[in-house]
Design a protein. Structure first.
Length: 150
């Protein structure tokens, strides 16, 4: 694996902020109260992580679609078909209460990691892709687990 470009690493880490913020406001009631006063209730606790997780899962479908454009023939067709799965997963399964939504998002992000690996293994994703995606996914899953099981 090659080194992760600085911009990708910085933006990837920055993308964790809403997940980490949501988790922090779950475990620190004072921080949650401050967040509600300053940002509003949808930007604290499980709400921010679940809403943002749904958006990111859908966004990652677009990333995979972009990787599929690097292939040809049946590999490209399969890549396009697989790339829409994270967005469809979020659309079809994420809803209901916070516990079930978090569990479905966790499953979605774990499944996405499998798709990341497949695209990476086929040489469609950058050489550094899995070095970035594995730790980011671990943090996302851990923060969503606080919602589901905390």
């Amino acid at each position: 694996m090659s080194r992760i470009p600085a911009a990708a690493l910085i933006l990837g880490i920055a993308g964790l902020v809403p997940f980490l913020w949501g988790a922090a406001t779950l475990v620190a009631p004072g921080l949650a109260e401050w967040g509600i006063r300053m940002l509003g209730p949808r930007f604290v606790g499980p709400y921010v992580g679940l809403a943002y997780g749904t958006v990111i899962l859908s966004f990652m479908s677009g990333v995979l679609w972009g990787f599929a454009t690097r292939a040809e023939g049946p590999v490209a067709a399969t890549g396009y078909a697989l790339s829409v799965l994270p967005a469809l997963w979020a659309f079809l399964f994420v809803g209901g209460g916070p516990v079930s939504a978090a569990i479905y998002l966790i499953a979605g992000f774990v499944g996405l990691l499998g798709l990341d690996w497949l695209f990476w293994r086929q040489g469609l994703a950058p050489a550094w892709w899995m070095a970035l995606r594995v730790p980011l996914t671990a943090v996302v899953v851990a923060t969503l687990a606080l919602v589901a099981y905390g």
